[in-house]
Design a protein around this ligand. Structure first.
Ligand code: CU
Length: 364
């Protein structure tokens, strides 16, 4: 009789325990332990090459973390960090390593919910002509595996999809309110990215500048809205864009040993906002000296072959393959001081409008 009671007690305790585990971590808790051995290799894939299931998982975890404590506290801290360190981490000596560290912080946070999640990247260069295309497979759609689409109305609020103003909002630190987008322009193609990757180890400065000041800035400007602000890291597209910037650096680093640890500045300085040294976030095979490895999967199987083929042509011939003219004045980021000033005024107007909009739309 005693043993039957013990068995019943054990069953009750076990059921209770398993309920506790699944209820405290609502998404895929059982996989957290099962996949923990893979934690030290971060395989990042191109968003549109991922299955709908994988994409949905990312979107769900992103939304969960940004809305629920205790994860939300960390999420908002990271958003605030990008804002407060903004001028310091968008300079040559910090840009690459700092953002590599920063992306990893988000990834680590998401993996506390589901350890199968890694950050996706968006290779906008392979569809530079159809950047804002809304479709089942595109980044932009209203399915559970999409990031929604363009903003509408006078505030350019995203009003449909997983990040619609009804189902998701920005952190108070970012002014609260809806996610804003106002798509414009287009981006350079994979041919331009190829020419950037061609830069040799002694041309690090040019390589880095091209990515930071052109590719990086340009997409922020072309999406406009929330992506133009210092609180841009409050958007899912920020992660997809920056992970792509990191992937280009990764591809360049993998060209050879002499590329791996290239940085114009000394690598002994601190990765801002962390206790790491810059040199600890250079090597994709040993992030933070923790043994964690970074792996980017190409957007399609022939990607390396494409670059090898382009490599066999001289750069003038390659340039002719790209219809995007870097010297044209049609870029999204304003270059002449007048339009840059106008843009700043516009952004300030956005900022000023935020509290009103929060009050009108959400009632708190
Ligand atoms: Cu940034």
């Amino acid at each position: 009789m005693v043993s039957v009671n013990i068995i019943i007690l054990c069953v009750v305790v076990l059921v209770g325990l398993s309920w506790r585990v699944t209820s405290s971590v609502p998404i895929d808790a059982e996989n957290d332990l099962k996949f923990s051995v893979r934690r030290d290799v971060r395989i990042r894939k191109e968003f549109t090459a991922m299955s709908y299931k994988e994409r949905t998982r990312f979107v769900r975890v992103y939304k969960y973390v940004s809305r629920h404590q205790p994860y939300r506290r960390r999420f908002e801290y990271l958003v605030g960090l990008h804002k407060s360190l903004f001028p310091k981490v968008h300079v040559e000596k910090q840009f690459f390593p700092w953002h590599r560290w920063y992306l990893l912080q988000f990834e680590n946070l998401f993996r506390r919910i589901d350890s199968r999640v890694t950050l996706p990247y968006w290779d906008w260069s392979i569809r530079s002509q159809k950047l804002w295309h809304i479709g089942r497979k595109s980044v932009w759609n209203n399915y559970p595996w999409g990031l929604g689409g363009n903003g509408t109305g006078s505030f350019n609020c995203v009003d449909k999809g997983p990040f619609s103003k009804k189902s998701w909002r920005l952190a108070p630190k970012s002014g609260g309110g809806c996610l804003r987008r106002k798509f414009m322009g287009r981006m350079p193609s994979v041919v331009a990215v190829h020419l950037t990757l061609r830069k040799n180890a002694s041309q690090f400065k040019q390589f880095e500048k091209k990515i930071r000041k052109f590719y990086h800035n340009e997409l922020h400007c072309c999406i406009q809205g929330t992506m133009e602000l210092e609180t841009a890291s409050n958007t899912p597209e920020f992660l997809l864009h920056h992970t792509f910037m990191d992937k280009i650096w990764y591809d360049w680093q993998n060209k050879g040993e002499e590329y791996r640890m290239k940085l114009a500045d000394n690598m002994g300085s601190t990765v801002r906002g962390s206790h790491y040294k810059v040199r600890q976030f250079m090597d994709p095979n040993n992030l933070g000296s923790s043994g964690t490895k970074l792996r980017y999967v190409d957007p399609f199987p022939g990607y390396k072959r494409l670059h090898a083929t382009l490599n066999s042509l001289d750069s003038d011939a390659v340039k002719m393959l790209d219809s995007y003219d870097e010297k044209s004045k049609q870029q999204c980021c304003p270059h002449d001081p007048n339009s840059a000033f106008k843009k700043t005024m516009e952004i300030d107007k956005y900022r000023a409008d935020i509290p009103l909009e929060v009050a009108v739309d959400y009632g708190h």
